[in-house]
Ligand binder design. Sequence first.
Ligand code: GLA
Length: 391
Amino acid sequence: MTDLTILKNDFYNTFNANCEDIFFSPGRVNLIGEHTDYNGGNVFPCAISFGTYGLVSKRNDNKFLLHSLNFKELGTIEFDLSELVYNKEHDWANYPKGVIKTIIDHGYSIPTGFNILIYGDIPNGSGLSSSASIEVLTATILNHYFKLNISNVDIAKIAQEAENKFIGVNCGIMDQFSICMGLKDSALLLDCNTLKYKYSPINLDGYKLVIGNTNKKRGLADSKYNERRTECETALKELQTVVNISSLGDLTIDEFEKFKDSIADSTRIKRAKHAVYENQRTLKAVQALEENKLEEFGKLLNESHISLRDDYEVTGTELDTLVSLSWDQKDIVLGARMTGAGFGGCTVNLVKSDSIDEFIEFTTREYEKKIGYKPDFYIVDISDGPRKLNL
Ligand code: GLA
């Protein structure tokens, strides 16, 4: 647990003012349903106990002064409500800035600026959504202070819009939605086409979700994320010449197999195949979990990874190594896959609760032998969404 007293002192030392409130916004881990959100499919993520803390005091002028303890070397970043434009030098602060601008663009009034001290315990670039976490945090702070009455679903949409338009990453809605709607001990089955969702309690009877970090960093913006999205959009257009669908998520597996030859390129067939099969796999996985069929759930996690590796091609040596080391430990691991956008970042593993130490020790040793540096492991709780903390 992060020590809030230390953070309050840091706030005072940074801004020479007392902190008025502390907010928290979680990160998320996606259990299954990867690269399906922008394809109109299902996802099954949950908010986690790691997240971003925001300590704030309202200012009497139009200035935002932002300071992150995770990027101390960048110092305090300052901008004015009248200059909400992307600035490369403002680095991480473009995320909050984009959210402020998007909220204003939606017609809400932000009358003053703030001092905000940020501290995140989500490892940056690990695929646990540190960026969506800070976006949602910013909107939550403004929503609270100016009584904007924006619902959490709309906060998710605004945060996604900021990331798409201001940051330039064409992400889907999964991260922002799962963070905004997080519920303790439950994962969220979200249909990204309709935004209908339901909670599914996570009872892992003798097993735990262990997150493995490859420690290979990736940034969404410079990854092949946008390229995959375009490939799927092109495949969709090709399929639409033969079948009446609005997204790849509309197709059953049988329909896909019947119509796939309308896609002119073999790489695009693989991309679309992943989107369709992963979408159906997600529904099966949620059902397996609800029926307490943990082994089946684990197998579906494995299948998801294979599809992301071979058809969607978003894994890479580090993720594949970490996952296959989990697969090697069949007696204590029911399933493992990459989570998030891929190209580095984290894996999610279903590990026997009383064998976690053994799992971490073996995997760390073997991963280091193969990759040359160590992975990290986190056992996180499934958490509620964004909130104001007691001072
Ligand atoms: C990133 C994006 C999400 C989603 C995942 C892949 O986390 O922000 O919208 O597309 O990748 O499932």
